[in-house]
Design a protein around this ligand. Structure first.
Ligand SMILES: CC[C@H](C(=O)O)C(=O)SCCNC(=O)CCNC(=O)[C@H](O)C(C)(C)COP(=O)(O)OP(=O)(O)OC[C@H]1O[C@@H](n2cnc3c(N)ncnc32)[C@H](O)[C@@H]1OP(=O)(O)O
Ligand SMILES: [Co+2]
Length: 139
């Protein structure tokens, strides 16, 4: 079961400019900036009530964000949901016919194990599942 809206991921060209804009818009500074080499992204996280905003800029030509922004405008790139057991959810959703893009969950940003569901099987939305790495079966 997906238990919580974990974050909205926004694809941006200029991370510093977008960070300054959202710092003003939200009235608060980000709590984290993190490079995720495996995804070729730099990320900035804001905590907004119970949810988070993740700003993402591509750092390599083959980054999913770089490719996305070569075809689409800046904006909401993905929606991330929290799960208690990402492997069980991957199995459940594959059985339900969703295209899970990762064989195994991978290390994402913000101390999470993550995987992605293809937008074509999720009504046009790229969905990310996130399990906190501090969760019981990862202690
Ligand atoms: C992990 C760090 C961090 C975290 O929170 O922990 C992140 O969130 S990292 C985020 C960046 N990483 C990813 O997005 C990985 C998963 N994404 C992918 O594997 C690809 O981007 C994929 C498969 C979604 C699309 O790649 P592809 O090369 O197939 O791109 P196309 O342009 O050919 O797209 C095919 C088809 O899908 C539509 N599309 C692509 N991206 C999105 C999107 N973000 N939201 C909605 N739809 C999307 C695209 O328009 C094409 O549709 P079509 O009708 O054929 O035009
Ligand atoms: Co994300």
């Amino acid at each position: 079961m997906l238990t919580n809206l974990e974050h909205l991921g926004l694809a941006v060209h200029d991370l510093d400019a977008a960070t300054a804009l959202y710092t003003t818009l939200l009235g608060q500074a980000p709590y984290k900036k993190e490079h995720v080499a495996s995804e070729g992204v730099d990320t900035v996280f804001f905590q907004v009530g119970g949810a988070k905003l993740e700003l993402l800029a591509g750092t390599t030509p083959d980054s999913a964000i770089t490719k996305y922004l070569s075809k689409k405008p800046e904006g909401i790139h993905h929606v991330a949901f929290e799960v208690d057991d990402i492997r069980a959810e991957m199995t459940r959703l594959r059985a339900a016919g969703f295209v899970v893009l990762n064989e195994e969950p991978k290390r994402g940003a913000d101390n999470k194990l993550v995987c992605f569901i293809h937008p074509k099987s999720a009504a046009g939305v790229l969905v990310e599942l996130c399990q906190s790495i501090s969760a019981p079966d990862h202690e």
